[in-house]
Design a protein around this ligand. Sequence first.
Ligand code: BF8
Ligand code: SF4
Length: 635
Amino acid sequence: MSLHQSIDPSIEELLPLAKKEGIATVWDRHQAMQPQCGFGQLGICCRICWKGPCRIDPFGEGPQRGICGADADTIVARNVSRMMAAGAAAHSEHGRHIALALQQVAEGNYPSYRVKDEAKLKGIARTLGLDCEGKEILDIAAEVARRTLEDFQSQDHGKPCNWISATLTEKRLEKLAALHVLPHNIDAVVAQIMARTTVGCDADATNVILGGVKGALADYAGMVLATELSDALFGTPQPVVTSSNLGVLEEDAVNIAVNGHNPLLSEVICDVAAQMGAEAKAAGAKEGINIVGICCTGNEVMLRHGVPLAANYLSQELALLTGAVDAMVADVQCIMPSLAEISACFHTQMITTMDENKISGATHVPFREATATENARQVIELAIEAFRRRNPKRVSIPRVKQTAVAGFSAEALVGALSKLDPEDPLKPLIDSIAGGAIQGIALFAGCNSTQAVQDSNFVTIAKKLARNNVLLLATGCGAGAMAKNGLMTREATESYAGEPLRAVLTAVGEAAGLGGPLPLVLHMGSCVDNSRAVGVAVAIANKLGVDLDSLPLVASAPEAMSEKAVAIGTWSVALGIPTHLGIVPQVTGSRAVTDILTEKTRGLFGGYFMVETNPDLAADRLLGVIQERRRALGI
Ligand code: BF8
Ligand code: SF4
């Protein structure tokens, strides 16, 4: 049974336990939801006004228009465009949060934070066209924050967001400008999508989708600024050896799981926990405090602190079922509301921290940047208190744990390559691509979904691409899937990489002092860190003097689920990257919208969506695209 749900071995032990205890998990609720609404699956249900809900008959017999006259194309386009706006809102709200924190740090406020990576901040300033000569670091921080916040405030429709102009290729910027999809202000573009898709507005499917694309590019802006400013504040990731899956929980420690996306609190929890070990020991936890990560907050602290990753999205409830999590600390996004209810079945203290993200039944510790250290201490004290109540008889930590080498920021990757060619670090990579030892690059991103067998698509596609000498990058829950399944190790490189790829990964890894090959899949970070992969691709494209849509570069979100994934996939397409989805998107009720997303975007942007739910066939299609692009480049 479990094989139909997940390939994560920890469920073998934990799902029977859930059943015994009468605790429902995400898979039980998925089952109870069957059959799911066919209109919703096709995207042809509209409920944006109270004359509705309206639904279009997909068989052509019943209504073909909603009460206002909207047809399936309009309804599907509006629905998916609104998902892009929601994704953009989520990522850029996170980004804004970081930018505002940087601004306060620059003004000498927020004592819990500082600019940890000054070199990175100066690099960002240069990227944004700011002059750092002779300036104090906090002055540079203030200017970077101001320039960043302009992207949320500008009223100049003719001037694209600073973070977009500064980070894409010239040719791409021209193309996007010609199509009128370059955002000038992240918030304004999100608001515009909501406005134009409300009742009685934009009804032309292509126009609605292009409006959504602009929102998706605003999503990109929000992500890249979130990633880059987080690096300045918290440090730029470098390779770190850590571990993954629920075996990272410790019986003899106060286990604190940090879940969500925004690193502002989790960073400080890591710092403060390092000073509170004695208090945990006094409560009887021989090993002190053990911080573990879940979802993208997990990825953030994994990359910067080597904190082990306990779970990706679909496994977050399983962490609680171990009976060993003393506090589950949630910030924002992708936190299952069910966590509060399941925590209540155990001693676990479920803690929410952001005022705009509460869950009934959870304890709310209002997090403020100005008092971050005290807030972190409060959270840890609650965890220690919960530990005292832990029932050892109910603890069952699955013995599943994989080594994972993480931390491949663009800087870390270039740093490793520079050991082979200090003058021209990208050259060994480009030569390997041109020579064929690396056939292409694939970025695995996105979520887990109950619509697929958890982690399975990621692992199957990755292994097949690796065998065919494709360099693999991963972020988000995709990275979690790869880590949990042992693909972020040198052993995986030895077992699964094609011979030429293995030779390149070995040469780079050894030159970089890792004592062996780079891992088979390079962990670039959380979902906002997809921007890191864009950074690498743009650097390669600029060096070759081509645009992104010429590169043998593909993306795959084989278990995509969230609105954020819809936004990411769409900007990936708009940047010229063929993007695979392993879940059928909720658009197929409109032939026109399906054609726009899978065909017409190809002519407009060079990128397009490919939908294939069979991972083996998906890998073949991705390999086919890489070969097509290689042929076009004459390599
Ligand atoms: O931002 S991959 S399930 S945790 S949305 Fe969520 Fe999807 Fe995971 Fe991270 Ni991204
Ligand atoms: Fe129905 Fe039109 Fe209202 Fe949508 S906007 S619910 S299609 S009447």
